[in-house]
Design a binder for this molecule. Structure first.
Ligand code: SF4
Length: 329
């Protein structure tokens, strides 16, 4: 462990290109943690299999794309350790060991298990792997003896399950793993262009790699205040997703002007969106420049992942050995 620095572990499933929802939901925070903590960020390809097992080609295709997105927004190597979950088989072995001690009822009461079965109706996820993904999650975290896990408030119950499994392991076999703590992060609520949660599957996302023309088209299609039918009707920026975007990307004076003029019908939604589009383009431009660099230097990605694998595996191997000894296996 880097001297005096607490360790943070987090992962992301490679199931396609990353969008602004991923940026605000996780990546922005990952970038900001890099100086204070020793960060381990992994591509959760085994987790992606829980829902994409019938379409596993997308996982391999998405791994490099996702790492390029990470590096483009400022996740940096060697500051952080970046690796692929399936390169570290110790996660799988610890997952198996933890599976033996995790009561089924803990997994069955996981709210995400039921929600996802409702949401992903086109996929059959009545599998052992999907039910048990929180156990794999616990293994991913504690195999590095992580101190902190960055989570949004809605993910706290997941981390609590990791902590319960860890407590049970330590109770049965001795204090091997520290209890990981939540590193709570506030994230702005940005929605997709149709005001639903931003998601690739809803076809409503603005991707980090979208070219300027695509961004302009998407912004032009954004839903606004649903009560405002005509330009002459006063609008309400408080419930308008376009306005939320302005608060993130536009200068303060513009935000204040829109906040005022919208309420007295002095500005129309078309104009308001026209002001927004170049701001989003401008915001994403530095990311896209970096993305271009990495697309032309793919060998650097290989090196980063190989080095990440080496670093992560050294630690995982050592910690797994301790767990095995404690368990007497
Ligand atoms: S003027 Fe702008 S803030 Fe007001 S409702 Fe239209 S898009 Fe939203």
């Amino acid at each position: 462990m880097e001297k005096d620095k607490k360790r943070v572990v987090s992962g992301m499933r490679p199931t396609g290109k990353l969008h602004l929802g991923h940026y605000y939901g996780a990546l922005k925070n990952w970038v900001s943690l890099q100086d204070e903590y020793e960060c381990f960020y992994f591509v959760a390809d085994w987790h992606a299999l829980t829902t994409e097992y019938a379409n596993s080609g997308i996982i391999k295709e998405s791994i490099h794309e996702m790492v390029i997105d990470w590096l483009s927004v400022g996740i940096s190597f060697p500051k952080s350790t970046i690796f692929i979950q399936s390169d570290i088989p110790e996660h799988a072995e610890l997952h198996l060991m933890l599976s033996m001690i995790t009561p089924l009822s803990w997994l069955e009461r996981n709210p995400t298990y039921k929600e996802q079965q409702q949401e992903l109706k086109d996929k059959d996820i009545h599998t052992h792997g999907f039910l048990g993904y929180p156990v794999l999650q616990a293994a991913d975290i504690i195999i590095y003896k992580a101190h902190k896990v960055p989570v949004g408030i809605d993910q706290v119950p997941h981390l609590e399950l990791t902590r319960e499994i860890t407590r049970r392991f330590n109770f049965l076999y001795g204090e091997i793993f520290p209890l990981p703590e939540a590193l709570l992060t506030e994230t702005p609520k940005i929605l997709g262009i149709d005001r639903r949660k931003m998601s690739k599957s809803y076809d409503n996302a603005i991707f980090l790699s979208d070219p300027p023309e695509v961004i302009k088209n998407k912004v032009a299609q954004m839903f606004t205040d649903p009560q405002r039918a005509r330009k002459t009707d006063p609008g309400n920026p408080d419930i308008c997703n376009v306005f939320t975007f302005h608060t993130l990307y536009s200068p303060k004076e513009d935000v204040e002007m829109i906040n005022h003029d919208c309420r007295i019908a002095e500005i129309g939604c078309v104009e308001c969106k026209k002001m927004l589009a170049p701001r989003v383009v401008e915001f994403l431009n530095p990311f896209q420049e970096k993305r271009k660099y990495y697309l032309e230097h793919k060998e650097e990605i290989e090196e980063i992942l190989a080095e990440g694998k080496k670093r992560a595996r050294n630690i995982a191997r050592q910690n797994l050995l301790e767990a095995r000894e404690a368990m007497g296996i």
